[in-house]
Design a protein around this ligand. Structure first.
Ligand code: ATP
Ligand code: 6CM
Ligand code: CA
Length: 541
């Protein structure tokens, strides 16, 4: 947040300005960057808007109704200006609201608009030029309409210029990002779901590595951070990345976070098989239950978001488990644990500490790769689900997420192992992902905070390295000798942020804060925050 006062400006501007039919004392504290006024009606309610949350200021004309009523007709031509600002509502929802102030003195009106505009100019983190990709087929196929009706008018109000690409096929956005003159833009926006976000992320991270001569196929390569921010306008089926980083999937809220130039770093996991790069992941890497749901639901894309409920129910009934070995390196650098009661919130100190710890470790180790010497834990077993999450994975289906205490930017992932158990017990675990109860409080569920892990299925172990293909051919075949036993002789599929992976044997490494979003993480309980900021701001004034 920029708090510097424009040169030559007084620290405070205080005027009695017209608001509706009455007068209001309006204060602009240019040092603290705060606009405040008391509403002459509405019980004299006080309004405090940080200049960092002002969207735009416009010289305006009073509308006919305002001109023809009250005292207006008695005055000489009144002058007015409108301030558009962020209004925070419940459940992390943001609205764009406006207030119009007037006065008869043209100079005073100009002084106000100039001062506010200068303060806006000083918000250097705001984007001026954006590249927008719209997936017209994501979610309920509303991406284009959502962008045109709800987002484009806000971007234009905030004087953001855009180049818009409506995608024509899968990977259109990703391929395009390898070709465009990316330096022209202050950010990239994707309109769609997690799959569309994943495409844009792959394009940007891939482009960054290519330009820096980094080989993505090397699982140990230190990847180059991607400083161009991505904004997500949610228009998909799950919208987990948006929900977990903003607290709601709402296009207007996300557009406002983009406009005011918020920034939230994000951990990214790289996924490799046999020294070949497969994909990056930011939300869920799921084998077993979530992999099977995805595989089944892809055939039913025509159902829209409902496909996940249908395939979820079907997969739950099939109750397949998979044998394999999982090895991982615990994340010792971070203060947090997956069983913490506190969640990652705006300005999270655990993320900041973890980033510092990792940087110090890297400085100490230099080029020497000490990671390989660090402890690996090995677990063999029969699993209904193996879920590795880089963030909580909160979404409307699971408001607190698959791992409620996971952090957005701490350089670790939470590895959740759900071992073979009865259908009833598995259902109890699943239901706890959707309510307030602890989903890890079961003897058949283990959770670890890790910085890297590997998985091989029993099938690949038994058959050598190219067995994944054999498994794929046999997919869908189950133990013929004991049809009711649910023991699957085929492999499951990895669900990587909603895309299937071609290999079941994978090697995963978390890259701390590899990229950034136009977001600020989930803010603390809005009610408490409002009370806090109200009293503290009043004290300042
Ligand atoms: N024009 C297009 N035609 C077909 N597929 C596309 C097009 N544009 C993008 N895609 C692909 O569609 C896939 C799914 O899109 P998206 O993520 O937007 O929606 P979703 O799958 O319904 O939502 P979610 O990922 O949140 O579950 C993406 O992986 C993307 O690669
Ligand atoms: C029998 C009832 C089962 C009830 C299960 C309820 C638990 C819901 C948890 C949802 C967790 C979503 C995690 C996010 C995954 C995304 O990267 C991915 C792409 O958008 N979505 C799915 O794979 C879609 C996953 C959809 C799962 C239903
Ligand atoms: Ca993390």
């Amino acid at each position: 947040m920029e708090r510097q006062r424009p040169a030559g400006r007084p620290p405070r501007l205080v005027s009695s300005l017209g608001l509706g039919q009455r007068c209001s004392e309006v204060t602009l504290d240019q040092e603290r960057g705060l606009l405040a006024w008391r509403h002459p009606r509405r019980g004299g309610e006080n309004y405090f808007v940080p200049t960092s949350e002002i969207i735009a200021v416009e010289e305006s004309e009073l509308n006919k109704k305002q001109r023809n009523t009250g005292k207006w007709h008695k005055l000489a031509k009144p002058h007015s200006f409108t301030v558009y600002y962020v209004k925070k509502a419940r459940n992390h929802r943001w609205w764009c609201r406006d207030v119009t102030f007037w006065c008869v003195d043209e100079n005073l009106c100009n002084q106000w608009t100039q001062a506010l505009k200068e303060l806006l100019e000083m918000q250097k983190c705001r984007p001026k030029r954006l590249l927008v990709y719209i997936n017209p087929y994501g979610g309920k196929r509303q991406g284009k309409r959502i962008y045109e009706q709800k987002v484009a008018p806000l971007f234009s109000l905030a004087s953001i210029s855009t180049d818009v690409v409506i995608t024509e096929h899968a990977n259109h956005a990703k391929d395009n990002l390898f070709e465009v003159n990316i330096n022209k833009y202050d950010g990239v926006v994707c309109v769609g779901g997690d799959g569309m976000f994943s495409e844009v992320m792959h394009g940007l991270i891939g482009r960054m590595q290519k330009d820096s001569g980094i080989d993505q196929n090397n699982p140990k390569a230190p990847l180059v951070q991607c400083n161009i921010r991505i904004g997500i306008i949610p228009a998909g089926s799950t919208d987990c990345v948006c929900y977990s980083t903003v607290g709601i999937s709402d296009p207007v809220t996300s557009a406002l976070h983009i406009i005011i130039g918020d920034s939230q770093p994000l951990d990214v996991s790289s996924v490799h098989h046999n020294n070949t790069f497969l994909k990056y992941s930011v939300s869920l890497l799921g084998y077993g239950f979530y992999g099977d749901i995805l595989k089944d639901s892809e055939k039913k894309r025509w159902m829209g978001p409902m496909r996940y409920d249908y395939s979820g129910f079907k997969t739950f009934l099939s109750h397949h488990y998979y044998e394999g070995t999982i090895s991982f390196q615990p994340a010792k650098h971070t203060l947090g644990s997956p069983r913490d009661k506190d969640s990652c919130r705006t300005g999270c100190y655990i993320c900041k500490e973890s980033e510092q710890q990792l940087a110090e470790q890297q400085k100490k180790c230099g080029l020497k790769n000490e990671e390989d010497e660090e402890e690996w834990k090995v677990i063999k077993g029969k699993f209904l689900a193996i879920n590795a999450v880089n963030m909580s994975c909160a979404c409307p289906r699971s408001p607190k997420g698959l791992s409620p205490a996971a952090h957005l930017a701490d350089g670790s992932a939470d590895l959740i192992l759900v071992r073979k158990c009865s259908r009833f017990d598995f259902l109890r675990h699943l239901v706890r992902n959707t309510n307030q109860d602890d989903q890890f409080d079961f003897s058949f569920v283990d959770v670890y905070r890790v910085k890297s892990f590997q998985f091989t299925s029993k099938l690949s172990e038994d058959n050598g390295s190219n067995v994944a293909d054999i498994g794929k051919k046999r997919f869908g075949q189950f133990c013929r000798d004991h049809p009711a036993c649910c023991c699957n002789i085929a492999d499951s599929t990895w669900n990587c942020d909603g895309e299937t992976l071609d290999s079941s044997a994978i090697e995963v490494r978390v890259h701390c804060q590899l990229m950034k979003l136009f977001a600020r993480g989930i803010e603390e309980n809005c009610k408490d925050e409002a009370a806090y900021s109200h009293s503290s701001i009043e004290h300042l004034l």
